[in-house]
Write a protein that binds this ligand. Structure first.
Ligand code: HSE
Length: 439
């Protein structure tokens, strides 16, 4: 019997995930070889600064600054350097030179996915990215393979651990958003520059990736509506708790069809939302991630676990390494992106959702009727009303009122909020949050 030669693996980047991937490739060498059917040789690790102190498990001779030469001698290239360039160029080089590629780079996939997938298809290379969404959680393969025969209808994902940690702390400890962010930074969840997480860029990128896979359609990042969490207040958290909700930053991906309105497309968005306290996503605490998915035949599924962390994310990368390497040895069908549906990515104005609108109102007879009139003028109906009287120190009789709406189009809801802000009985609209996870 002919023995397959060892497979040469090049690693680009030796940060927290990269060094764990290298460490596991070295420590689990024999077991991985048994699973693959041949040895996996880590032939080099491209880094910017080879002098930096590194993981003691990794021989220093593996480090190089010459990423291109390393790539040209590899069968599998793992990109864990992050950023758009030179990651994009190096992955294209790797595929053009005959290597399969693995990446955890969600920004790169969300921005240049179509170009990279087209290049992979053109040259017959495999492009794997299980670690790009949800860290250790298997979600790419379930969407691409296990659910390939079903119709995904909707995804609600907690896909950013840093913001989940911050919001969870606001709920459980009463920290302000800034206090919770400082704690997240102290614990190493949030970066020194936390913009990508707290402004929702990271969640939006992951929403684009999930929606593209789920709906067999290339969803461009520009089509993903994005809102961050820095505007979330403790008053909103308290109001959410009073009405049986928690606030979560969600990636929401939906298949939208409405023959009457002539709608047939997909929507992807990332924003804070109210989730019922009894919903499975409400019990996702700390920096954990979870993806709750509804499919026509499968019904509801939830995937839960560590969304970040060097070792945890390395698990997902190693899964891709074994898949790619086994294909070298035993062959078999490869992975390819399926974009056959080619549906339009619809703007948020066309989405149907529910709002909770918090406002300061005059506390006098007829106010509720006037507010209800504003809503009905915009085709929005009231589902719930809560009122809290202001303290005795208020200059005029005033109250905080929270209106929960039935489902309506975003366009109608946004116009309603404007009209309420202009209404003479409303002194201020203090909070507008979408409600998700209510059937
Ligand atoms: N910064 C991300 C998070 C982890 O906080 O979840 C990597 O995607």
């Amino acid at each position: 019997m002919i023995e397959y030669r060892n497979i040469r693996i090049a690693l680009l980047g030796a940060g927290s995930v990269g060094s764990q991937v290298a460490g596991l490739l070295i420590e689990h060498r024999d077991e991985l070889a048994a699973r693959v059917g041949t040895g996996l040789d880590l032939v080099g690790i491209a880094v910017r600064d080879p002098q930096r102190p590194r993981d003691p498990r990794i021989p220093e001779a593996l480090y190089t600054t010459d990423a291109e030469s390393l790539i040209l001698g590899a069968d599998i290239v793992i990109e864990l350097m992050g950023g758009l360039e030179p990651a994009r160029e190096l992955l294209l080089l790797a595929m053009n030179s005959g290597a399969d590629v693995i990446t955890a780079n969600k920004a790169l996939l969300a921005t240049h996915g179509p170009e990279l997938f087209a290049a992979a298809e053109q040259v017959g290379a495999q492009l794997y990215y299980e670690a790009a969404v949800g860290g250790a959680i298997p979600i790419i393969r379930p969407l691409r393979d296990s659910l390939a025969g079903d119709r995904v209808e909707r995804i609600l994902g907690i896909v950013n651990g840093t913001t989940n940690y911050i919001l969870d702390r606001m709920h459980s400890q009463g920290d302000s958003v800034q206090e919770a962010l400082a704690e997240a930074q102290r614990l190493g969840y949030a970066e020194a520059d936390p913009t990508a997480d707290v402004e929702g860029f990271d969640a939006a990128q992951k929403a684009a990736i999930l929606a593209s896979l789920a709906f067999h359609t290339a969803v461009p990042l520009e089509a993903v509506h994005r809102e961050g969490i820095l505007g979330i207040t403790l008053e909103q958290v308290a109001a959410a708790q009073r009405s049986g909700f928690v606030i979560k930053l969600l990636a929401v991906c939906e298949r939208l069809t409405d023959a009457e309105r002539g709608i047939d497309g997909v929507s992807a968005r990332g924003h804070p939302a109210l989730v019922p306290a009894a919903h499975p996503l409400a019990s996702v605490h700390g920096a954990n991630n979870a993806v709750f998915l509804q499919a026509e035949a499968a019904g509801s599924l939830m995937f839960y676990g560590a969304g970040a962390g060097g070792l945890e994310t390395a698990s997902a990368v190693l899964g891709d390494v074994v898949s790619a390497a086994r294909r070298h040895v035993v062959g078999g069908p490869g992975v390819a992106e399926s974009t056959h549906a080619d549906l339009p990515a619809l703007p948020i104005a066309m989405v149907t959702t529910r709002y909770q609108i918090g406002m300061e109102v005059l506390d006098r007879p007829g106010v509720l009727a006037q507010i209800a009139l504003v809503l009905s003028d915009h085709g929005v109906s009231v589902e719930t009303v809560q009122q809290t009287a202001a303290g005795a120190e208020a200059a005029a009789p005033a109250a905080t009122r929270v209106i929960g709406t039935h489902a309506a189009t975003e366009a109608a809801l946004a116009a309603t909020v404007h009209a309420l802000a202009d209404s003479e009985v409303v002194s201020a609209v203090t909070s507008v949050l979408r409600v998700e996870g209510v059937s």
